[in-house]
Design a protein around this ligand. Structure first.
Ligand SMILES: Nc1ncnc2c1ncn2[C@@H]1O[C@H](COP(=O)(O)OP(=O)(O)OP(=O)(O)O)[C@@H](O)[C@H]1O
Length: 270
């Protein structure tokens, strides 16, 4: 068996703040050392991007992050010829750069990308680990330290937008969810500067709103929105206004649902 790749010693780098929910850090490190690609599933704003940034810093690897959208093509990832002063010059895309540098490429919301993207990812995510660049005629062999990480939110999946089994089954997968109550309080307090005591009722409200997911709401309150709310309150905005602007308005446009959420907020924060 090949030896494990060596991570940069942790003390040598400033790590983005990340509170683990379970064994995801060791699983990431093991997947990286075994040259396996990783799929992160979970709701929006629950810490997937922060986790990847934390692990990239921990392993001392450059990170290239791409937020996928429905116009994203394979060429956006691999690169294209550009006109420069009358000449055409090749410009690597973020995936190609990550392969050449032996870094991490993180494709956020991969299900949004166009279908031709999977054609590029398949030879890179099996034991060949190659990236063919048809336009330049190159075939890049990914170095041992290269890792592909993708994420998606299963809640947004539709028949039209989902990962094919032949793609999914190329990845080690980790499911993410919101942190356990006390851990999430610690994260929100640390990121916003509001005291843990003041964050507690906000998180209690978030939990009640999350329970409405699938009934009146497409998605519950994310950790990200909670941090926004706590940051506004820490900056002096009255709690009721902050809650409305960050934990209610972003969730719905339906006036009846909004009114119901306001009632839930009043009852919880009273
Ligand atoms: N476990 C955690 N440790 C530290 N911070 C966290 C954690 N989880 C969430 N956060 C905070 O929540 C914010 C939102 O998380 P992040 O951007 O990583 O979400 P995401 O899951 O990548 O969302 P999206 O799918 O919308 O991109 C982060 O900027 C960070 O402040």
């Amino acid at each position: 068996m090949k030896p494990l790749l060596q991570a940069v010693p942790e003390a040598a780098v400033e790590l983005p703040y990340y509170v683990p929910a379970g064994n995801e850090c060791s699983l990431f490190e093991l997947a990286w050392s075994k040259r396996l690609p990783l799929l992160l599933k979970g709701p929006t704003g629950c810490g997937k991007t922060r986790f990847v940034a934390h692990m990239a810093a921990k392993l001392g690897l450059p990170l290239h992050t791409v937020s996928c959208h429905d116009d994203l093509t394979a060429a956006d990832l691999t690169g294209r010829y550009l006109l420069k002063g009358g000449d055409t010059v090749w410009a690597d895309g973020p995936l190609t750069r990550a392969v050449r540098e032996g870094g991490i490429c993180y494709l956020d919301e991969i299900v949004e990308a166009r279908k031709d993207v999977t054609v590029v990812l398949h030879p890179l995510t099996d034991d060949r680990r190659i990236l063919p660049l048809d336009r330049t005629g190159e075939e890049l062999q990914a170095p041992g330290s290269f890792m592909l990480v993708v994420s998606y939110n299963p809640g947004y999946q539709t028949l039209l937008k989902s990962l094919k089994p032949s793609t999914r089954q190329r990845f080690v997968a980790i499911e993410f969810d919101f942190l356990p109550f006390d851990h999430e309080i610690a994260v929100v307090a640390s990121e916003s500067g509001l005291s843990a005591q003041q964050v507690r009722p906000l998180l209690q409200l978030a939990c009640r709103l999350r329970a409405l997911k699938g009934q009146d709401l497409e998605e519950g309150v994310s950790t990200r929105l909670l941090i926004y709310c706590a940051s506004l309150i820490a900056a002096g905005v009255p709690a009721e206004e902050a809650v409305l602007a960050t934990m209610i308005e972003p969730l719905t446009d339906d006036l009846d649902v909004k009114q119901a959420l306001i009632e839930v907020a009043r009852a919880t924060l009273a």
